[in-house]
Design a binder for this molecule. Structure first.
Ligand code: GLC
Length: 414
């Protein structure tokens, strides 16, 4: 790849400050339309819950289903923003679970909960439970909601349009679990926001940048009710031919357009297409984790990158080729961070137009956590857009908040 091609790619994927401002404006008008119940790429789903007060107490169970990782937790809230270290059991869903029938899917989840209860001698305890279910769910109250559509490659049959809590409770019954009642059904962004705001009163936005991406926030116009934006479906960005290709080869073309430019499930795919076109035509597969590894490579001659590319199907690479792959990876991850920052700016301004107060944005997810410069790139982009006012916005990692947040929301729901 010549220097000239690199320059062209850089320009092609660049999101300038002006573009970020324009995007933030478009995001805002999509938010307004969604809130008004008009046609919009943002679903803006009311969640029927507010941020916790920090005084919630007691022992709760939480189920956390975000992608193929599934966790069961038990946690004791101690009030005044404190809690015990949660007891956790982790499980993995395989392809059969995420593409099979609803019975199999909910049966598996109920089975994992049973394992947890038996192991901790809690089969007879009476507990309220929070269920983090990280998909677009249309809620009518805090403890029930119907699945709008699957995202992130899930296609369990017979679940779209159904009440998730009803399906889970039927599965719990079948496994003989009688003491556990679902008190809250929440999105993972809502869990992240609840967990952080339990201890930080300035926290009013929760974000996931992992396998998928999404954000929620406390909406002043709805008395502080949390709204799940489902921003992964935002579609007002300028796309490159590579994005269009990734989209057309995906499960649901035309849907989750922002998610396909930002989240871990797709970032590596976009990079793969660019690397194939400009550097290594024979590269077979490439994922976001490998992108992070390459961008973290500080070795002489980029030997770590060489190893990663070897695993991805290219035996020998020159130092120039390795460097080109790293440059491409960072161009694409930088774009992802800047797109996210533009949307975040729009949300902060929706809450507080002149940004006169302090705001904490809680973010979780593998991309945000593990990528070497994603977090810094978001902060720099916010500074680019807001100048000194960016200092009023604190962006923090809220690790594993989604499960803990479900327990807190269950407590708050009573
Ligand atoms: C997808 C889901 C959304 C979830 C996000 C992060 O975008 O539709 O509900 O919050 O992934 O897991």
């Amino acid at each position: 790849m010549t220097n000239k091609s690199l320059k062209i790619i850089k320009k092609y994927f660049n999101v300038s400050v002006n573009e970020m401002r324009k995007l933030a404006g478009d995001f805002r008008s999509e938010m307004d339309k969604g809130l008004a119940g008009r046609k919009s790429s943002l679903k803006m789903i009311p969640t029927y819950t507010k941020r916790p007060s920090g005084t919630e107490i007691g022992k709760y169970i939480a189920l956390d289903l975000g992608g193929t990782n599934f966790r069961v937790l038990e946690i004791e809230l101690e009030g005044s923003g404190r809690m015990s270290r949660p007891r956790v059991m982790k499980f993995k869903l395989n392809k059969r679970h995420i593409t099979g029938s609803g019975d199999l899917f909910f049966g598996f989840i109920a089975g994992c909960l049973k394992n947890f209860l038996v192991k901790n001698k809690e089969m007879n305890s009476v507990r309220k439970m929070g269920f983090t279910f990280s998909f677009p769910v249309k809620q009518t109250e805090i403890a029930s909601g119907n699945l709008v559509c699957w995202t992130k490659g899930f296609k369990v049959s017979g679940v779209i349009g159904e009440d998730i809590v009803g399906l889970l409770e039927a599965a719990l019954n079948k496994k003989g679990i009688r003491g556990v009642r679902v008190a809250a059904l929440i999105n993972d962004t809502v869990g992240t926001l609840a967990a952080k705001s339990y201890e930080d009163k300035n926290c009013n936005i929760g974000v996931i940048i992992g396998t998928g991406t999404n954000a929620c926030y406390a909406e002043p116009e709805l008395g502080g009710m949390i709204v799940n934006t489902e921003w992964g479906n935002f579609d007002k960005m300028r796309r490159t031919v590579f994005d269009i290709l990734v989209d057309s080869q995906s499960d649901r073309p035309g849907q989750q357009v922002l998610e396909k430019m930002v989240s871990g499930m797709y970032l590596g795919e976009v990079a793969l297409k660019v690397i194939r076109a400009h550097v290594l035509p024979g590269l077979k597969h490439f994922n976001t984790e490998q992108m992070s590894a390459i961008e973290s490579d500080r070795s002489n001659g980029l030997t770590v990158t060489g190893k990663v590319l070897k695993m991805a199907g290219i035996k020998d690479t020159t130092p120039e080729e390795r460097l080109a792959c790293r440059e491409i990876s960072s161009i694409i991850s930088l774009r992802a961070a800047r797109l996210s920052a533009a949307c975040l700016e729009a949300i902060v301004k929706k809450i507080d137009p002149s940004i006169s107060n302090r705001h904490t944005i809680a973010i979780d997810g593998s991309v945000y956590e593990k990528h070497p410069s994603f977090a810094n790139n978001i902060s720099s982009a916010l500074k680019d857009m807001l100048g000194t006012r960016a200092a009023r916005i604190k962006v923090v990692l809220a690790k594993d908040g989604s499960g803990v947040g479900a327990a807190i929301t269950a407590a708050a729901a009573g």
